[in-house]
Design a protein around this ligand. Structure first.
Ligand code: PMM
Length: 280
């Protein structure tokens, strides 16, 4: 039995969803500046959907190391026109934000998922706010903003520590009133993790899946994948390695992968689904 097959392999494994990344920011590391204009953002969302994305994850603040902090107002001004236009077109939209106010504005504009890379730690209002909004919530593993990563990236056992820290986010989310069926978890690849920690975490995904909530993984184009390529390789060269990671995530029972290039991951998951007989 693999984690993906569930109890004793009796059920077919499940195909993960593909969440397409749409950073409406001037400075995200792989797509910063490209989709600041709402028209360009919508065109990219349409490309992601045509290539197989199930959800569009819209972000108005870059979490890249060294990125400028933006006010919640700037973040909303960037992201909301895009969220509204996508939601009005019937697209399932996620808002990637640390701010409760931005989450509220995005849900009012039609977003159905709040993707919080801090798992509720950055903004104390986030968990109770999301509970009131009644939408899905992704709690990612987080140890602070990028300025503190050097000081907090030491792990004796990265899988056990991430699992235990996610468990405490589960407790906090449920205590705040978020419905268990609305909660997702994410191990937070690249966030206060050294390159080897990311590989160890990927290997350890079954321990995160075993927490009993759907798991989202965001490996797409991250630096630990770039380290496998020549130093001057453009970020798009990371899409094939990302697609391989997506398949291995599927095998580990992950329920969604967050990617910049929906086409390569969708094709890779098509192969995986045909091979395993996975249910959609
Ligand atoms: N990574 C980034 C941004 N948001 N959200 C979740 N849930 N998981 C992630 O791994 C994640 C995220 C940073 O990557 P980007 O700058 O390419 O968006």
């Amino acid at each position: 039995m693999t984690a993906a097959t569930g109890e004793a392999g009796a059920r077919a494994p499940r195909r993960p969803e593909v969440w397409g990344v749409l950073n409406v920011t001037p400075d995200s590391f792989s797509d910063g500046g490209r989709y600041l204009d709402p028209g360009a953002a919508l065109a990219q969302a349409r490309r992601l959907l045509a290539a197989g994305a199930d959800v569009i994850d819209v972000g108005g603040e870059s979490t890249r190391p060294g990125a400028e902090a933006v006010t919640a107002l700037e973040e909303r001004e960037r992201a909301m026109p895009v969220v509204r236009a996508l939601a009005e077109a019937g697209i399932r939209v996620s808002i990637d934000t640390l701010n409760a106010e931005t989450a509220v504005a995005a849900v009012r504009a039609g977003a159905r998922i709040v993707n919080d890379v801090s798992g509720g730690l950055a903004d104390p209002a986030m968990l109770p706010t999301v509970a009131g909004l009644g939408v899905d919530y992704v709690a990612m593993h987080w140890r602070g903003r990028s300025e503190v990563w050097d000081a907090v990236s030491d792990y004796a056992d990265v899988v056990a520590e991430v699992r235990d820290e996610l468990r405490s986010r589960i407790d906090a989310a449920l205590a705040a009133g978020i419905a268990p069926e609305r909660l997702w978890l994410d191990p937070g690849l690249g966030f206060a993790k050294r390159a080897d920690d990311n590989w160890t975490l990927l290997r350890g995904l079954p321990a995160i899946v075993a927490l009993g909530f759907p798991v989202l993984v965001g490996a797409s184009r991250k630096r630990f994948l770039g380290a496998l390529l020549p130093p001057d390789a453009p970020v798009e060269r990371r899409d094939a390695p990302t697609a391989v990671v997506s398949v291995l995530c599927a095998e580990a029972g992950v329920r969604a992968v967050r990617v910049h290039d929906a086409a390569s991951t969708t094709q890779a998951l098509d192969v995986w689904a045909a091979w395993t007989g996975a249910a959609a």
